[in-house]
Design a protein around this ligand. Structure first.
Ligand SMILES: Cc1cc2nc3c(=O)[nH]c(=O)nc-3n(C[C@H](O)[C@H](O)[C@H](O)COP(=O)(O)O)c2cc1C
Length: 210
């Protein structure tokens, strides 16, 4: 039987951890194996924005929060574990999303730093020519960040902004989140109908709203 390659999801400390959690929920629902990386900054933002507080078992707590089963195919890695699967290019993956991506992580990845497993996994995706998407959430962008984004785009990464459209007439925050998640999934080659597409009549996917 053909093995389904895992997808790497890194959640970092930009505002909008709701995007990362929604993407995790979607990937688990479609039975996509996930390698999950969560930065310390992301934990703090999740506390501030979503009222989540974490104990020892972050993986279990996130899955429970999303209403997902504890045996979901989600591998969780400590960020100082350079022996983890995703640290090596010979471990095949379908690609990676840094979702959302803080400016700090943007700077590290664009400079080729590897002090965190998140940066190392991103560097691996770039050198192996695998899809890498960074979802930035900042305004305005400074010149330094704009140059870093260009560097990454030239190196093959997909640089995206957490900028929901309004032409699909969103009614809820969830609709806006799903637009950003859905358009990002499009870029990463995951067919999805999380949002209403321009002049398409495809029915929306019904996922529990979180
Ligand atoms: C509530 C909150 C919101 C934040 N929002 C952003 C943001 O939108 N963009 C950003 O780049 N950093 C933001 N930060 C700052 C980052 O979390 C911080 O720079 C952190 O060091 C990033 O580290 P990381 O990339 O390892 O997660 C925010 C921090 C907090 C506490």
């Amino acid at each position: 039987m053909e093995q389904q390659l895992p997808f790497i999801l890194a959640i970092t400390g930009a505002s909008g951890s709701i995007y990362g959690l929604r993407l995790l929920q979607y990937l688990v629902e479609i039975k996509q194996p996930v390698e999950l990386l969560v930065s310390r900054g992301a934990r703090q933002v999740m506390q501030e924005e979503m009222g989540l507080s974490f104990g020892e078992d972050l993986r279990a707590e996130l899955l429970a929060h999303l209403g997902l089963p504890g045996n979901a195919d989600v591998s969780f890695h400590r960020l100082d574990n350079y022996g983890a699967t995703v640290a090596s290019g010979s471990y095949r993956t379908r690609g990676m999303a840094i979702f959302p991506c803080s400016l700090g992580t943007l700077g590290a990845v664009s400079s080729g730093l590897t002090e965190s497993l998140i940066y190392r996994a991103a560097a691996v995706c770039l050198k192996e020519r695998r899809p890498l998407l960074l979802l930035l959430r900042e305004m305005p962008f400074g010149q330094i960040q704009l140059k870093q984004m260009l560097t990454l785009s030239e190196a093959g990464a997909i640089v995206a902004a957490a900028a929901p459209g309004f032409y699909h007439k969103p009614q809820t925050v969830g609709d806006m989140v799903d637009f950003v998640v859905g358009r990002s999934l499009d870029q990463l080659g995951f067919d999805n109908n999380l949002f209403k597409r321009w002049k398409e009549k495809t029915p929306l996917l019904s996922l529990p709203n979180k």
